[in-house]
Structure formats: structure tokens, C-alpha cells
Design a protein around this ligand. Structure first.
Ligand code: NAD
Length: 248
């Protein structure tokens, strides 16, 4: 098993890519704290896990990811309950596709608050704990839009370009502390986020995927497993595209 005895936090672990990552990490021997946005969705995810992985060592919390103190306290709780923190997967994210002329400033802020600022807060709090114990792994969730941008909804690609910058910056800063920092850049993956797009948009996107299919959440989860494991011990500052070579 690739993650035996590792302790990982996965934000947005209640559904989609995050939930698949929880399952794959458990299967590789990790103990997990999944973070969700509401107690209700956390409870539902834990119930679903109980059905498919009855012996799973998993706890759930719902700190406000926009509150640095709440994140720091949640990380302390995980360290207390599970003994340590080895891996943080910053996965929680939202998207929007309003045109610039209709873009509400509040919506732009909402996206940057969760997709950038929360990743900074979580990484900072986790890095402090990891540095003290001699190392760890931080994994971020970028996107194919960080390569090509998108024709409307500028807040989302802006946030993912920022994630690439944060990933590479933190890799340079934290190498001396034994902390590796990488990102996965998913293409079009079959989750609620893509289900919210108009059917014709999704069809158009899928038509340009050379591998001929939409990605599955497990495709991204597998990349996170690899980057979290010692198999990737010399990889840091990378943004790994997992997108079937889509060009958008
Ligand atoms: P999803 O909508 O299924 O899941 C999003 C997760 O984020 C959920 O667990 C949700 O609870 C959590 N979340 C949302 N708002 C939150 C908040 N305010 N506080 C805490 N948690 C919150 O979407 P997904 O496709 O699984 O997306 C996961 C990540 O993958 C995101 O960062 C997204 O940008 C990225 N991504 C997805 C795709 C795709 O095609 N699905 C492509 C590229 C990147």
C-alpha cells in the first residue's frame, strides 16, 4: 500500500473528486480527515463511506475554510485525534461562468476566497505542523483552465492560475522543511461541477478529448495518490495535467 499509516486531510472530501480521493487514500492505507462545507454533507459522506468501506479510519469536520483560525484549529484537532498530519489535499473549489459584463464583484470574491485564499490558509497552517515533524506533502487542485483560460467566467481560471503560482512558490520555500508541494490540473471530470454546465458545452468539450472520454473522479484521485506517495519523493513544484490531452 502506497500510503500506509499516513494521515491526510482532504478538503471538499464529501463528493466528487474529493470523495474519490478519500476512498483511494483509504484503500492505500491512509487515515483520513475529510473536510466539508456543512455538518450535514460531512455526515452524509461518512455514512456513505461506512457502507462501502466499513472498517475505514476516517473522521469529518467542517471548518470555515475562509477563516484561518478555524482551519488552524481543525488541523490541531486532526493532529490530536489521528496523531499527526502527513498530507493535505486542497481540493474544495467552486466555479462560475458569468461574462465579464454580468460578473458580480461579490461572486468574483467568493471564488478567489475559496479557490485561492483558503488554499493559502490551509497550506500555511499545515506547513507549520509538517515542518515541526520533519516533512509532509501539500497537494493542490488546479485545472486545465490554468493552461488555456476560458472564454467567460474569468474568476475561475484566474484562481487556478494563482494555484499554479502558489504551488511552485511554496515548493521552493518549503523544500528545506522536507515538504513537497504539487498540484493536479484536471480536465473535464464527471462531477457535480460539470453536471452544472449546459449539455451542449459539455459535449463540445468532450469532443476535443483525444482519449475519447470524460475523466472520472478516480482518474484524479489516482494522481493524488501517486503525488502523495514516496513514489513521487523527488517531485515538487509540479502541476500534473490529468486531462486526456484536451485542448480547450
Ligand atoms: P464538486 O462540486 O463535486 O465538489 C466540490 C467540493 O468542494 C465539495 O466537496 C464541496 O463541499 C466543496 N466546497 C464547495 N464550497 C465549499 C466551501 N465554501 N467550503 C468548503 N468546501 C466547499 O466539484 P469537483 O469537480 O469534485 O471539484 C473538486 C476540485 O476539482 C475543485 O477545486 C475544482 O475546481 C477542481 N476541478 C474540477 C474539474 C471538473 O471537471 N470537475 C476540472 C478541473 C478542476
Amino acid at each position: 500500500m502506497l500510503l500506509n499509516n499516513k494521515v491526510a486531510i482532504i478538503t471538499g472530501g464529501t463528493r466528487g473528486i474529493g470523495f474519490s480521493t478519500v476512498v483511494r487514500f483509504l484503500d492505500e492505507g491512509a487515515r483520513i480527515a475529510l473536510f466539508g462545507s456543512r455538518q450535514e454533507s460531512v455526515d452524509k459522506a461518512l455514512k456513505n463511506l461506512e457502507k462501502i468501506r466499513p472498517m475505514a479510519d476516517v473522521m469529518g469536520l467542517c471548518p470555515d475554510l475562509n477563516d484561518p483560525l478555524a482551519i488552524s484549529e481543525a488541523i490541531d484537532t486532526v493532529c490530536l485525534e489521528l496523531g499527526k498530519l502527513d498530507i493535505l489535499v486542497n481540493n474544495a473549489g467552486i466555479s462560475a461562468s458569468e461574462s465579464l459584463f454580468d460578473y458580480d464583484a461579490k461572486d468574483f470574491k467568493k471564488i478567489t476566497d475559496l479557490n485561492i485564499n483558503a488554499v493559502f490558509y490551509g497550506s500555511q497552517a499545515a506547513a507549520k505542523v509538517m515542518a515541526k515533524k520533519g516533512g509532509g506533502v501539500i497537494l493542490n487542485t488546479s485545472s486545465v483552465v490554468s493552461l488555456y483560460a476560458q472564454p467567460s467566467g474569468c474568476g475561475y481560471p484566474t484562481s487556478k492560475f494563482a494555484i499554479n503560482g502558489l504551488t511552485k512558490s511554496l515548493a521552493r520555500e518549503l523544500g528545506k522543511d522536507g515538504i513537497r508541494v504539487n498540484a493536479v490540473a484536471p480536465g473535464v471530470i464527471g462531477t457535480d461541477m460539470v453536471a452544472a454546465l449546459p449539455e451542449e458545452v459539455v459535449q463540445g468539450l468532450c469532443a476535443s478529448i483525444p482519449l475519447g472520454r470524460m475523466g472520472k473522479p478516480e482518474d484524479i484521485a489516482n494522481a493524488f495518490v501517486f503525488l502523495a506517495s514516496d513514489m513521487a519523493s523527488y517531485i515538487t513544484g509540479a502541476v500534473l495535467s490529468v486531462d486526456g490531452a484536451i485542448v480547450i
